[in-house]
Design a protein around this ligand. Structure first.
Ligand SMILES: *[C@@H]1O[C@H](CO)[C@@H](O)[C@H](O)[C@H]1NC(C)=O
Ligand SMILES: *[C@@H]1O[C@H](CO)[C@@H](O)[C@H](O)[C@H]1NC(C)=O
Ligand SMILES: [Zn+2]
Length: 588
């Protein structure tokens, strides 16, 4: 994962009911693990296990529930060989074997670096050959029976053709690379970062949860189904990039191009990639498949001014002028606005419908919005009261509904006795759902225009002027290759039984129980899916493993002591096996 996964509420807000709910979930999980069947979920005789929380609502939640329909648990039809294979996943033998296989994958040091040279020239790419050999040795059936393609040398594409070519394929993504381990942090790890150490509960190491776990879980899924002689109607594809941590420009982009050529626009039924997972909020456990990503925009800004000796300075140097512009940029923030298409709007409805601790003020505003008050309020350019109230939960929530700006890099000046001829900053932006990069560019152009006019500088705003070629006495605004618009929002209507979202949600509730509320989530960072937009509208960034003992949250991705619990991993394998079978039977 390239960046942060968005929370639903600030941590403190969810602490209250955490303990009791956790106990319920734990009990559920014990029941699940003990059970040999696919179709385990709450039955009425388990009444004492049911969280009372759900039924305690004293308000009319119908208007909220209709915006957050929960499909029934979905299990594939009975098949003794396949069911047996599924049950095998919860055995000690499988657990031991998959621990070994994931641990081995973590031990291959597939670090990604921002400054990697060309493939075939920079030797740091060669480790991916080792990784491929490891997968070949570890998953023999996949490599014997499926079509295996190497795309742009290190991209991996596995195709298991279905018997019915009219059904669009199920596509599962993961990335082979990991972020590097900074050498100065190695000593801080509990176990060495490339050890894949197993302590009886966790597998430790870089990549253990981002995302060799998901890569191995999807491989386990296909290997198991091949062994059980599954015969898919619907084609199943695995696609593994190798530079996701550097935007996927070589890996995912090449793989997506091959798939696009093969299957065409909207030629894929559904894509699952790494992403958000489970989270406690307002006293409820939510599963949050990511259905949207904020946009991304870096804007380098350069001021060029005449040089000269600092004993006879101008009143303002390029550094001073740039500072003036930075002050203007930071003097106001982008508005907090919740578009109807923003998944956080659905999350609020889910919270209002199912969560005992959902704040009443928020509920009132939400009801108003659902009943159409908003149009009168926001069309006149008035503040979005619902968004502003929700934003009080903290900045992590606010930025689900607001374009962010951060002045992150600055340079200028070379010597104390020389006036700086050039000063540059880079401002990073994550664009709100419902807005575009144009909003940011227009605002910066206006602010830079004011400063340029005051200092008699010419303005070059996004006119193609290249870095290093800015004309003298100018302010130049540029963009770089990381520019990315807000992702198309994936449809997420749980009441539409024929939607991939309903299959995903039904699978999740079959595995983890009906007290889990599935809601679409939003990512403030980006994954490899950015390259796959043309292939399907149904893209989910979802890490479906969950360990109730562990609680929600990611296993220290991108930092010291990255790890994944084995129960989380084993549940992830179960989820994928069930999902692939459910998709095979679904009319989507
Ligand atoms: C799994 O591994 C543990 C040690 O880690 C061992 O005690 C146990 O017997 C193994 N179980 C099976 C079924 O292989
Ligand atoms: C800007 O240029 C105009 C003439 O081109 C001049 O009159 C004015 O004084 C200049 N202002 C500054 C701040 O240099
Ligand atoms: Zn990742």
């Amino acid at each position: 994962m390239k960046s942060v996964v968005a929370p639903m509420v600030a941590q403190a807000a969810s602490d209250g009911s955490r303990i009791s709910l956790r106990r319920h979930i734990k009990t559920l999980m014990l029941a699940l693990t003990a059970s040999a069947l696919l179709a385990v979920h709450w039955s009425s005789s388990d009444d004492n296990l049911l969280p009372r929380l759900l039924s305690s609502s004293s308000y009319d939640d119908a208007p909220f529930r209709s915006g957050c329909a929960q499909p029934d648990p979905l299990v594939p039809s009975k098949d003794s060989d396949l069911d047996q294979a599924y049950n095998h996943i919860s055995s000690a033998a499988f657990r031991n074997a998959t621990v070994r296989r994931l641990s081995g994958a973590v031990q291959v040091k597939t670090e990604s670096f921002d400054d990697l040279g060309a493939i075939g020239e920079d030797p740091r790419w060669d480790v991916f050959y080792d990784f491929h050999r490891y997968l070949e040795k570890t998953f023999p059936l996949i490599h014997e029976q499926l079509k295996v393609e190497k795309v742009n040398t290190h991209g991996l594409l596995y195709t298991w053709p279905g018997s019915d070519a009219s059904l669009k394929p199920t596509l599962l993504l993961a990335h082979q690379d990991t972020v590097p381990v900074p050498p100065e942090t190695v000593d801080s790890w509990t176990y060495p970062p490339w050890s894949g150490a197993y302590d009886g509960k966790y597998i430790w190491g870089r990549g253990a949860s981002d995302c060799k776990n998901q890569l191995i879980a999807t491989m386990e899924t296909l290997e198991l189904l091949l062994e059980a002689k599954f015969q898919p109607r619907r084609t199943v594809i695995l696609s593994f990039g190798f530079d996701e941590e550097c935007s996927g420009l070589r890996g995912a982009s090449s793989l997506a191009a091959v798939l696009h050529k093969r299957y065409g626009d909207n030629g894929i039924a559904v894509i699952i990639d790494e992403g958000s997972s489970f989270e406690q909020a307002w006293g409820t456990l939510f599963a949050k498949p990511g259905t949207a990503e904020k946009g991304y925009l870096d804007v380098p800004i350069t001021v060029r001014m005449p040089g000269g000796h600092s004993s006879v300075p101008s009143d303002h140097t390029s550094i001073g002028v740039l500072s003036e512009l930075i002050t203007k940029i930071e003097s106001a923030q982008y508005p907090t606005r919740l578009a109807d298409s923003n998944p956080y709007y659905t999350q609020l409805q889910c919270g209002a419908a199912y969560s005992p601790d959902f704040p009443s003020k928020l509920k009132k505003l939400l009801l108003g919005r659902l009943q159409g008050w908003r149009r009168q309020h926001t069309c006149a350019g008035k503040p979005d009261q619902l968004a502003l109230e929700a934003a009080k939960q903290g900045p992590a929530i606010r930025y689900l509904m607001q374009t962010s700006q951060a002045v992150d890099v600055i340079s200028g000046g070379v010597k104390v006795n020389a006036l700086p001829e050039r000063a540059t900053v880079v401002v990073n932006h994550r664009i709100n759902v419902g807005e575009t990069s144009r909003v940011v560019k227009d605002r910066l152009t206006a602010l830079a225009g004011e400063v340029a006019a005051r200092h008699n500088l010419t303005l070059h705003a996004f006119d193609g002027t290249k870095a290093g070629q800015e004309p003298p006495e100018s302010i130049t605004l540029e963009t770089n290759e990381h520019e990315l618009e807000v992702a198309p929002v994936t449809p997420a209507d749980g009441s539409d039984a024929k939607s991939p979202y309903a299959v995903l949600a039904g699978t999740t509730r079959a595995l983890y129980g009906e007290e889990v509320v599935v809601t679409p989530g939003i990512m403030t960072g980006n994954t490899d899916t950015r390259h796959y937009w043309g292939l399907t509208k149904h893209i989910f960034r979802f890490s479906p493993g969950f360990d109730p003992e562990d609680g929600p949250g990611l296993g220290a991705i991108h930092t010291v002591d990255e790890k994944v619990s084995v129960l989380n991993h084993v549940n992830m394998v179960q989820w994928f096996v069930m999902f692939v079978r459910n998709m095979d039977e679904a009319e989507v």
